[in-house]
Design a protein. Structure first.
Length: 306
């Protein structure tokens, strides 16, 4: 019986870039809140609230990036990689909370319009919009590197949209008192928030439930393993991930007779998994003879019961 562990470490986004975005968003939040009070704009105060939520989300993201990159220990053999998924889950729930907040505020403004000074509203909202664009540019390259960075980027994207909406409303209020437009724009933003948050929630829960990633086909992997010379059966096939980036696989490989060089088979299996399925973390157990008679069923749990 031979065990083999194959690892490849992926170094992700530097947390320093996230720290710079946090500082920028703190400045935007304070500026919009003060200007909102001075101009009487509930929309601008609301946008400051959205930015404050961004700051909280980005702080969580900063902690997630830092903590998830800590080295493994005897107690935490995977390190704290799953922490970034927990942070992404919290951020997604925060996005939904922001969506509910926008709806409540929009309804209140529809029933009780507030007199606004566009002279203060427009330039400060435009400043917030520019700040959000800069923040998005800083994180754009890394937005797909992890669930955590994706959630942080989405916070900035939706706040950019809400800032643009505030600017647009301010410009329109120079000419027409169409306060109902704020309700329409806000509900549109809420729709996008809910749509994208659902994706992050689904992906986060998948990782926590240790399901195989959507990008992986367990049945195809099983068939590819069987196509390798010297493998007569595959049992105990498990595919899961501990973070949004790294996929792990463990299984039992049965051979008809003892192998002169089991490591050669292990190398061939790892080469195939890395090349065809982008799986670089494996634990493989070689067994001689059919020690797990129950056939593998991708629709079942794929586990040995012996």
């Amino acid at each position: 019986m031979t065990h083999h562990h194959h690892h490849h470490h992926d170094h992700g986004t530097p947390a320093g870039r996230l720290g710079l975005v946090i500082v920028l968003n703190v400045i935007i939040t304070v500026a919009e809140y003060v200007a909102g009070v001075l101009s009487g704009s509930l929309a601008l105060i609301s946008d400051a609230g959205h930015n404050f939520s961004d700051v909280l989300a980005l702080l969580l993201g900063y902690a997630g990036e830092k903590v998830s990159r800590r080295k493994p220990s005897a107690r935490y053999s995977f390190g704290l990689r799953r922490f970034e998924v927990l942070v992404a889950l919290i951020n997604a729930l925060t996005l939904i909370g922001i969506g509910i907040f926008i709806v409540v505020e929009a309804v209140e403004r529809f029933h009780d319009p507030v007199t606004i000074d566009p002279g203060i509203l427009i330039p400060v909202a435009a400043l917030g919009l520019a700040g959000n664009f800069i923040s998005m540019a800083l994180l754009h390259k890394d937005r797909g590197r992890s669930l955590n960075m994706k959630a942080a980027f989405l916070h900035l994207l939706y706040d950019t949209l809400s800032s643009a909406a505030v600017v647009a409303v301010g410009v329109l209020l120079l000419f027409k008192p169409w306060f109902w437009l704020d309700l329409v724009i806000s509900l549109g933003i809420v729709g996008m928030i809910v749509y994208s948050s659902a994706g992050i929630l689904t992906e986060s829960l998948r990782v926590f439930m240790q399901a195989a990633p959507e990008s992986v086909d367990p049945k195809a992997i099983h068939n590819d393993l069987l196509s390798i010379d010297d493998i007569s059966a595959v049992h105990g096939l498990h595919i899961w991930s501990v973070s949004s980036r790294e996929v792990f696989l463990s299984c039992h490989l049965c051979t008809p007779q003892p192998l002169d060089d089991p490591n050669d088979l292990i190398q061939r299996v790892n080469d195939m998994l890395a090349r065809d399925h982008n799986i670089a973390h494996t634990t493989l157990q070689i067994e001689t003879g059919d020690r797990c008679p129950r056939p593998f069923d991708p629709e079942d749990d794929g586990c040995c019961r012996d």
